[in-house]
Design a binder for this molecule. Sequence first.
Ligand code: KG4
Length: 350
Amino acid sequence: MRPYLSNQIIGIIYPLISFSIFHIKIVSLQLIFSRINGNNIRHRIIVRQYGGVVPELASRAHQQNIIPVVHQALKQAGITKEELSAVAFTRGPGLLGSLLVGTSFAKGFSTALDIPLIEVNHLQAHVLAHFIKEDADDESHPNFPFLCLLVSGGNSQIIKVESYSKMEIVGQTIDDAAGEAFDKCAKVMGLPYPGGPVVDKLAKLGNANQFNFSKPRIDGYDYSFSGLKTSFLYFLRDELKKDAEFIEKNREDLSASLQKTIVDILMDKLRLAAKDSNINEVAVAGGVSANSGLRAAFEDHAKRYGWKIHIPKFEYTTDNAAMVAITGYYKYLEGEFTDKSVTPYARTSI
Ligand code: KG4
C-alpha cells in the first residue's frame, strides 16, 4: 500500500490493571482512507504462574520488547519511520509502569522524528475501534449518536458517543467488570485463566436454564457483578457439600447458566439506556464482546427492537494498537497534539 505512505500514525497500547494477559500491539494506519496498512503485531505474554499480571514484570517486558516490536511493525507495514506522520500512545488508564514505558518511548520517538505526539484515552480508543477500516469502501461504521457497550476484564460501561471526541458514560459497573465475573466464576469451577472463553465454550454444551443465579437490583444504567460472583461461590460450596463431584458433573450447565445471567444483566441495562435515550444504533467493544451468548443477544435485539448493531472483528474488540492509531488519526485531523511534558495516568474516565 505504498501510495499512501505520506501519512502514517503509529499506535502504542498498554494493558489495563489486573489482568493476567498483557500485550503490546502496534499497527500503522494510512491516514487517507484509514485503511489498515500493515499487519498487526501482537506481543502477548501470559503470566500464568502468578494468576495475574505482575506490574514490575509487565513493565520490564515492555521495555525489552518495545523497540523490536516497533521495528517489526514498520517492517511489516513496508514503511520507514521517517514516513510516519505522528505517534499516538496510550496515556491511560492502565498499569502505570507499562504506561510509563510507552509514554517515554512515544515522546522520544516523536522528538527524534520531529512529528506530533498524540495522547489517547484507552477507553475512547475501544469505542473508536468501530471506525477502523480494512477496506477503503467499508461504510459499516456506526453513525452518531450511538451507544457502545464496553465490556472487558476491567470495564463494563455504557457509553453514549456523540462524536469522535464527545463521549459520555451513562452507566458503569460499581464493582467488578463483566469479564472479571466470567474469570472469577471460572476460577471457582477450577477452569484456567482467562475463564471467559472457556465458559463460553462449555456453555455451548449446557442448559442455560438449569441453574438460576440472582441478578443485582441497581438503579439506573449502572452494573454490579460482585454479588453474582459471591452467590455463585456460595451455591457451589453448598452443592459440593452434598456431592463432591458437583462441578465436574455440571460444568456445562453451570457455564451456560452463568453466561446467560451475565448476558441478561448486560442487555437489560443496555436496552433501558437505548429506550430512554431513543438511540437504536448500538455497538459493543472489549474482550467480552467475543462471547457467543452476548453476540447472539445483540442479534436478537436487532431483530426484536430494530437495533442497528455494530460488532467489530474480534481482533479490534480486544485490546489492540489499531484502535490507538485510529483515535490518534482523528486527533491528528483536529490538530490535537500533546506536549512533551505529558505523564501517564493509571486511572481516568472517558
Ligand atoms: O479487552 P480484553 O481482551 O482485555 C482487557 O480487559 O484488557 O478483555 C479480556 C476479558 C477477560 O476477562 C476474558 O475472560 C474476557 O475478556 N473474554 C471473554 C471471552 N473472550 C474474552 N468473556 C466471555 N466470553 C468470551 N468468549
